[in-house]
Ligand binder design. Sequence first.
Ligand code: PAF
Length: 283
Amino acid sequence: MQILHTVPEIVAFRKAAQAAGKTIGLVPTMGALHEGHITLMRAARAACDVVIASVFVNPVQFGPHEDFDKYPRTFAADCEKLEAAGVDAVFHPEPADMYPEGYCTYVNVEGDIVHKLCGAQRPGHFRGVATVVTKLINLSGADEAYFGQKDAQQVVVVRRFVEDLNLPVHINMVPIVREPEGLARSSRNRYLSPAEKTAALVLFRSLKKARAAFDNGERDTSKLKQIVRDELATEKLAVIDYVELNAFPSLKPLPVVNQDALLAIAVKIGKTRLIDNIILEAR
Ligand code: PAF
C-alpha cells in the first residue's frame, strides 16, 4: 500500500491509474478506523480496480468548541487495517497541504438539508465536509466514493453537491455497522466509559421500538418520534440533542410517513455526542 502525503503525490498516483484505464474508488475518512470504515473499504475493493482511502482530520468541518484537537489520531494502526483490507493507497495530508496559506474557496450547499439535524447544532459543519470531499473527489479522480449510512445527512449533502456541481462520481451509501449489542460503530465510541457504553445502547433500542411500531402500522410522525423520546428518557445518562423523522432523501418534513423516511437521532451520553438512524421504507 502506498502512502501519499502531498497533493502532487496523489495526483501522480491517480493519473497513472487513469492512464492504465483503471476505475478508482475513494473512501474518505478521518482515521481512527473501525469495522464500519473497513466495510466501506471492502465495498470499494469489490467494485473498483484501485482503492484510495483518505485519512485526514479536516479542521474546517469542526466548530470552535468541538473536538478537533482531541479527535483520535491512530495513523499507524489505521494503515495496518487499510493494508489488510486491500487498499492500494492512503492519502494522509497535513492541513497545510489541503488549505495552504491564502486558501479561500469553500463549497457551500444552501437550503434546508444543511440546517437541520446535525447542521442545526453544528453551523458550518457541512460547508467543511462539502469542501474537503469536493477536493478529495477532484484529487483522487474517483469514479465511485463510499460513505456510511450512520452519517446519512452527510450522504444527502454529498449527493446534492455532486449533482449540482456535475462531479463525475457515483456516491455509494453503505449500511450501518453495529457492535454485537447494537451500538453503531463510531470513532467516538472510544470516549465512552464502560457505564456510558451500556447507556449508549439506548440509542438503537429506541430506534428499534419505533421500527416495531412502524411495522405494526404506525405512520404518525409525532407518535413515532415520541416512542423514541420515551425510550431515550429511560436512560438517565442520555441527553437528547434531536429526534427527527424526515422524508429521505429530501429531508423534507413529513407529518405522516407515506414515503421513505429517515428516523435520525443525536444523543449525548456524558460528554460524547452520538448519532444513529434507521430508514423506514414505505412499501
Ligand atoms: O465522515 C467523515 O469521517 C468525514 O466527514 C469525511 C467524509 C471524511 C470528511 O472529512
